[in-house]
Design a protein around this ligand. Structure first.
Ligand SMILES: NCc1[nH]cc(CCC(=O)O)c1CC(=O)O
Length: 309
């Protein structure tokens, strides 16, 4: 029996995602033996703040050790959250497959009486460490107090039990994949909090020359998800921004027509530039690149640059 080793980080979410992927792959390839190998990354181990790591140029904080394991052949397929994966891969590696996306939206989880964003009292304290969520939240409700909240999903949910936060914002996908959908109090509409490019989607990365793993992974590829996230990620790449930028992007497809919405914000939410474009889904990459170019002309470059320092 041929055997394929699937690698991932060791967090609850990463493992849940990987078990889901392996179950789907097993349906397609019942005669293949899949093993799961967990790998700890700098992002998991670090006691430094994320922002200080980002300053040191750690683009793929969660990704480097996983890619090394692919290159060393310790693993054959890596499972990533697409939104944490840099927009380009090392030469010898490729994204072989993008499975069907779950809900891309952000959600609110709040204490008693704090369960809807628009109805939170003046000065309510919101926990998030995402610069994107912070900026868009402050643009929508300048009165809210956004407080840093780091850590994995369980750590962040546990923080609501203390008295530092009234509500927290998370990706719906993380709660759905870890079977904690019941914790969601409100799905926040993209018109208020535009999701991160690729949020809710996974990426299966392989060695480019490993034909077997590429073929195995591709069996669970989802074309519609791929077109949507390609538009979103080309937008991000076209802005010259990474996953730590105050940038949102959300694409939808109806009858083969793709609509892409993109936002770039000042870190304090005092400005939000927004734009959208629409076209044939087969042109997804160009649509993303064009929207980025348009918005750079409108002044997005300054906002992306301000977020870099
Ligand atoms: N940056 C951490 C991270 N990476 C992927 C997810 C959630 C799952 C997804 O977006 O696919 C999360 C947690 C969060 O943003 O709440």
């Amino acid at each position: 029996m041929r055997s394929i080793t699937v690698g991932t980080r060791g967090s609850t979410l990463a493992l849940a995602q990987t078990h889901w992927v392996v179950a789907r792959l097993k349906e397609e390839w019942p005669d293949t033996d899949f093993r799961i190998q967990t790998i700890s990354t700098k992002g998991d181990r670090s006691r430094e703040s994320l922002s200080s790591l980002v300053e040191k140029g750690n683009k793929g904080l969660w990704v480097k050790e996983i890619e090394d394991a692919l290159l060393n052949k310790r693993i054959d397929i890596a499972v990533h959250s697409l939104k944490d994966l840099p927009t380009s891969q090392p030469d010898e590696l490729e994204v072989a497959s993008i499975p069907k996306r779950v809900d891309a939206r952000d959600v609110l989880v709040g204490r008693e009486g704090m369960k809807r964003l628009a109805e939170l009292p003046q000065g309510a304290r919101i926990g998030t460490s995402s610069v994107r969520r912070r900026a868009f939240l402050q643009a929508f409700r300048p009165d809210l107090i956004v407080k840093d909240l780091r850590g994995n999903i369980d750590t962040r949910l546990a923080a609501l039990g203390g008295d530092e936060y009234d509500a927290i914002i998370l990706a719906a996908a993380g709660l759905i994949r870890t079977e904690q959908r019941h914790r969601i109090d409100e799905f926040i509409e993209p018109g208020i909090l535009l999701p991160a490019p690729g949020q809710g989607a996974l990426a299966l990365e392989t060695r480019s020359d490993d034909d077997l793993s590429v073929e195995v992974a591709y069996a669970i590829h989802d074309r519609t998800t791929d077109d949507r996230v390609t538009a979103e990620r080309e937008f991000l790449a076209g802005l010259g921004a990474g996953c730590m930028a105050p940038v949102g992007a959300h694409a939808t497809i109806k009858n083969g027509v793709l609509t892409l919405e993109g936002w770039v914000a000042a870190l304090d939410g005092s400005r939000v530039l927004s734009g959208s474009t629409t076209g044939d889904a087969s042109e997804c990459a160009d649509l993303g690149a064009e929207l980025a170019e348009d918005m750079l002309k409108q002044g997005a470059a300054e906002l992306v640059e301000a977020a870099r320092v």
